[in-house]
Design a protein around this ligand. Structure first.
Ligand SMILES: Cc1ncc(COP(=O)(O)O)c(C=O)c1O
Length: 396
């Protein structure tokens, strides 16, 4: 049957990680051994005390609808957590809880962007930015993120992209796919710029707890920013809770009210027991210790993977200070990134993503996630080394 799909579906993109994961699973079903470095998901279990808090909540009857923006006590707990992290006084009415932080992004764009309005987003960047901007009819304007600038946004370049139609700027620090982090000076300069041009910022700080040898600088926390920023964060990465689906946003109250309406019209609310589990994540020392242990382990893995990749002829890998991704340049291998990623999965037994899955400026790069054990990372490094040494590049 011809469903003659709505025209808007021509404008939505996808996330390469999910597609590569599906292909990797299909290969595994055929008996192939794959090392998964394609997925952006911590391999650690959710800390046991958080699981127990959710189980208790369920036993105590937290199995019903909640208010659309979240249970008030949980919003208060979230506000207090953000306040502790950023030093910014956050009223609970500015907090919205959604099933995953992706919804904060979607709802923010739906609330603010009219067809034709320009939204500046990082390239390479999380592919959902570009996808959703296009989906809602906004004009996506790529802000290049370059290795020579340590994968930090270039403020002068950002300034040059702003026009009278610019409505929103999306900033992501620490960043997917590069692991780049913004400095205090960067954040101050961005804050000044958006003030001057009267813009709204979506600040995606979901990897904010995952930094190595440096502290996370929150753009939301800069002078004047809480009045014009939608802080996007969630449980997925820091507490290894991807499958729980809980994100949170902090934003000016008028925007929070729009999000409440959008929640009423879509999910109704985030899962009740998941919300209670978040209070345990925010408030208990045990959860904090678990995050610290995960961060220490990611730090070790980062060094193993960066050193290992730099030892492969033709690879050049920057040492990122955040998230759990590396973004090596592979041009000197003679491979193009798409073919390398494809053959590594199909023949080499390693799942990675082509840099171009994150935008045109990812050309020449691949992304590897080090949310996997050191043993598996070492196995992957061996496989990549022999693949590159033995297999001649193909170009489509
Ligand atoms: C930069 C970035 N933002 C947001 C998300 C979405 O996270 P979630 O919807 O699980 O909260 C991801 C997930 O990979 C991400 O990499």
């Amino acid at each position: 049957m011809d469903f003659s799909f709505a025209e808007r579906m021509d404008h939505i993109g996808t996330e390469g990680a999910f597609e590569v994961l599906a292909r990797a699973r299909a290969l595994e079903a055929q008996g192939k051994d794959i090392v998964h470095l394609e997925i952006g998901e911590p391999d650690f279990p959710t800390p046991a005390n958080i699981v127990e808090r959710a189980a208790r909540a369920m036993r105590e009857g937290a199995t019903h609808y909640t208010p659309a923006s979240g249970i008030m006590e949980v919003r208060e707990s979230t506000a207090a957590y953000v306040e502790r992290r950023t030093g910014v006084k956050v009223p609970a009415s500015h907090v919205v809880l959604t099933p995953g932080s992706k919804n904060i992004l979607f709802f923010a764009l739906l609330s603010l962007v009219n067809p034709g309005d320009e939204v500046i987003y990082p390239d390479p960047g999380y592919p959902i930015y570009h996808s959703l901007i296009n989906f809602i009819g906004g004009k996506a304007v790529a802000s290049p993120i370059r290795e020579r600038n340590d994968f930090r946004l270039d403020i002068d370049e950002l300034r040059s992209l702003i026009t009278d139609r610019t409505k929103v700027i999306i900033i992501n620090t620490p960043a997917n796919p590069t692991g780049g982090v913004l400095t205090k000076e960067d954040c101050v300069a961005i804050a000044e710029l958006v003030h001057e041009r009267n813009l709204v910022v979506i600040s995606d700080e979901i990897y904010g707890r995952l930094t190595y040898g440096t502290d996370h600088v929150s753009l939301f926390a800069q002078d004047g920013m809480p009045e014009r920023t939608i802080l996007m964060d969630g449980m997925s990465k820091a507490w290894a809770m991807c499958g729980w689906r809980l994100g949170f946003g902090v934003m000016p109250e008028p925007i929070a009210k729009k999000m409440d309406t959008l929640m009423i019209n879509t999910s109704s609310c985030a899962a009740a027991f998941t919300q209670w589990a978040a209070t345990e994540a925010f408030e208990s020392e045990e959860s904090d210790a678990a995050v610290t242990a995960m961060v220490n382990e990611f730090h070790k893995r980062r060094d193993v993977i960066v050193d290992g990749l730099n030892a492969i002829p033709g690879f050049r890998c920057h040492r990122p200070q955040g998230a759990f991704y590396v973004f090596p340049n592979v041009e000197e291998t003679g491979w193009n990134e798409g073919e390398l990623a494809k053959t590594l999965l199909e023949e080499g037994g390693v799942g990675v993503l082509a840099g171009t899955a994150f935008g045109d400026h990812g050309k020449g790069y691949i992304r590897l996630s080090y949310a996997n054990s050191i043993a598996n990372i070492e196995k992957a490094l061996d496989r990549i080394t022999s693949h590159v040494a033995s297999r001649h590049p193909v170009h489509s």
